[in-house]
Each structure stands twice: as structure tokens, then as C-alpha cells.
Design a protein around this ligand. Structure first.
Ligand code: PEP
Ligand code: MN
Length: 337
């Protein structure tokens, strides 16, 4: 940690700051320039609350030099994490493509869409059975019946499945069916749920919270890792900003930032990031070019009548064309789909 003192800090204040740092267990390296005095606080304390120093008289700024996350960090593990599930790898050279409806609505719907997903060459079927809806009057999902239908549709097409878990009490039932848990944006900081998912060994994809910083998102990954589950995937799904022409603002730069800071794979979800069908393909192309380890895309054969997120669902043919374009972009950066 680096502590920059105010130009007019008194000797008494400097002593007090140094005493505090020593008391918190840091070694101190003092550098006195003509104008600025800088204290280097040496000793890694990932959970140290820098505000304890920032509020002291005479302090101008405090900067961390080590990240508060450990196991999620590139310093902890320099190689990319590759998560293997059956014959699918997430985080390797081949992009992990996840597609399917927002919600499982019926047997006919999920089988139709699973067939399209398989035809595209994607290996993972997405779909929600327990839905986090803004309104309590909106469709809440088919529950376990939806999981059964989805498992059958995935198996019939040799696909893996990913579905959202909203609360601890659902872990047991969902784990019977799914290959990957999806931890939704609204639950990114549900620490009790993160801990319980850390107690399983089923891979968990953590969606970035609606207004979460990248550091907060990586701290959520840290919760799962620290509780013993090494199979963590991140998913950028757009964040809330002042912009209103899109549902969320797709933070494309989060992809290279996560790759620099962490060894965990990062998937991009251009569907929730934009909320509108015509913006999904351009953002999907950009995400592949930016180095995403895979994509999650919502599709529907009858989006007008979809029970959730119809306006952002791609029609099957558009999706199939898009995957072909994405394959070409992946090849240009020496990857594959
Ligand atoms: C979803 O994937 O359907 C979903 C609800 O996503 P998010 O948590 O990113 O809003
Ligand atoms: Mn959705």
C-alpha cells in the first residue's frame, strides 16, 4: 500500500500515520521528496481496509498495490484456468458457446431450440427454470419440471446445460440436472449463496452484478474459490449506466481487464448486455474479437410470444448465421468455435 501525505502534513501527523501503519502490522518505507512525502506500507494484507489510513490527518491519498482477491488472481495462478466438463473445455483455445431460451417454456420449445444449438456447433444449452423477474407478476419459470425438460433436450442433442440457481434451497435439486450453475447478476453479492456454491464441485458461472466493479465481481469469484470449488467462470452481461438506449451498457473492456487480473475464463452475454435483438450480433462479434472465452446468447423460435426476454432473443436462422461469422473472427485471432 502506498500512502501519499499532504504537502503541509506536520511531523506530528506523519508520526501518527506511521504509528498506525506499524500497529496494523506493516513495515514502513519512507520517501521524502522536496514537496511530497510518501510512505510505502510493506506487507500483504488483502483484506486491509484502506479507509483506516485514508481518514488520518495529513493523508492525501492511499493506493493499494496488491489486489484484495487471492485465488482468483493471475499472481496466484499464471496459467489460464481451463474447466473441463465431459468433452467440453471452457477457457481453452476453443470458445465455449452457450445458447438457448431465456426461460424453458415447454417441451416443444426447449427441444426445438436445443436442436438449433446443436446444429450451430455450440455445446452448451442455456435456459432458466427459476427466473429472477423484476415483477412478481411476470412468469417465474417452470421450476423442477423445466429442469427435467431441459436435461432431456440437452441429452438428446449431446449438449451440456447451464441454468440459474437463485437461492441455497435450490442447489440440491438443480445439481441433479445441470452441468453448470449460473449465478445471476442480481445475486452476485449473495455471499451465503456463493459460499454454498463453493461447497459443491459443480462449475459456477458468475454473472457480473448490475452495478458491480470488476474488483467486486472477482471478489465474488474469490468466495467460491475460497470455499473449495475451483471451477469458476465469469460472465460479463452489461452494467447499469446513465445510458437508456440499451438495456445495460456492455463493458467490453472488462474482458481484457479480467484476463490480465485473473486466470479464470470470461464469457460474454451480449443478449442481456444490450436487451435488443439488433444489437446482439455486433456486440457478439466484438466480444469474440476482444478475447472472450465464449458467449451466452438467447434464442427463440417465436420471440413475439416468449415468456421472458423476447425482444433480445435471436431467431434460429440469425443465430446460425452469427455463429458462422463468429467462427471467422475466432480464426482471425487463432482461436476456434
Ligand atoms: C438470464 O441469463 O436469463 C438472466 C436473468 O441474466 P442476468 O442475471 O445477467 O440478468
Ligand atoms: Mn434472459
Amino acid at each position: 500500500m502506498v500512502v501519499i501525505l499532504k504537502n503541509n502534513a506536520t511531523e506530528e501527523q506523519i508520526e501518527n500515520i506511521k504509528n498506525h501503519l506499524a500497529q496494523y502490522g506493516f513495515q514502513i518505507h519512507e520517501s521524502r521528496g522536496v514537496q511530497k512525502t510518501i510512505l510505502g506500507a510493506i506487507g500483504v494484507q488483502p483484506d486491509f481496509d484502506t479507509r483506516k489510513i485514508r481518514i488520518l490527518d495529513g493523508v492525501a491519498e492511499v493506493y493499494r498495490v496488491t489486489a484484495p482477491f487471492k485465488q482468483a488472481s493471475r499472481d496466484f495462478k499464471s496459467d489460464d484456468t481451463i474447466i473441463k466438463i465431459k468433452d467440453v473445455e471452457i477457457g481453452g483455445n476453443k470458445l465455449a458457446m452457450m445458447a438457448g431460451p431465456c426461460s424453458i417454456e415447454s417441451e416443444e420449445q426447449i427441444f426445438k431450440l436445443a436442436d438449433i444449438v446443436a446444429e450451430s456447433g455450440a455445446k452448451i444449452l442455456r435456459g432458466g427454470a427459476f427466473k429472477p423477474r423484476t415483477s412478481p407478476y411476470s412468469f417465474q419459470g417452470l421450476g423442477e419440471e423445466g429442469l427435467k425438460l431441459m436435461r432431456a433436450a440437452a441429452d438428446a442433442n449431446n449438449l451440456l446445460m447451464i441454468t440459474e440457481v437463485m437461492q441455497i434451497s435450490q442447489i440440491e435439486v438443480i445439481e441433479k440436472y445441470t452441468d453448470i450453475f449460473q449465478l445471476g447478476a442480481r445475486n452476485m453479492q449473495n455471499f451465503a449463496l456463493l459460499k454454498e456454491l463453493g461447497n459443491t464441485r459443480t462449475p459456477v458461472m458468475i454473472k457480473r452484478g448490475l452495478s458491480a466493479t470488476i474488483e467486486e465481481w472477482l471478489m465474488s469469484a474469490e468466495y467460491v474459490l475460497a470455499n473449495g470449488n475451483p471451477n469458476v467462470i465469469l460472465c460479463e452481461r452489461g452494467i447499469r449506466t446513465f445510458e437508456t438506449y440499451t438495456r445495460n451498457t456492455f463493458d467490453l473492456s472488462a474482458i481484457p481487464v479480467v484476463h490480465k487480473r485473473s486466470h479464470l475464463p470470461v464469457i460474454a452475454d451480449p443478449s442481456h448486455a444490450t436487451g435488443l435483438r439488433d444489437q446482439v450480433a455486433p456486440m457478439a462479434r466484438a466480444a469474440v474479437a476482444a478475447g472472450a472465452d465464449g458467449l451466452m446468447i438467447e434464442i427463440h423460435h417465436d420471440p413475439e410470444n416468449a415468456l421472458s426476454d423476447g425482444p433480445q432473443a435471436l431467431l434460429p436462422d440469425t443465430f446460425l448465421d452469427l455463429v458462422n461469422e463468429l467462427r471467422a473472427i475466432a480464426h482471425a485471432i487463432h482461436r476456434d468455435i
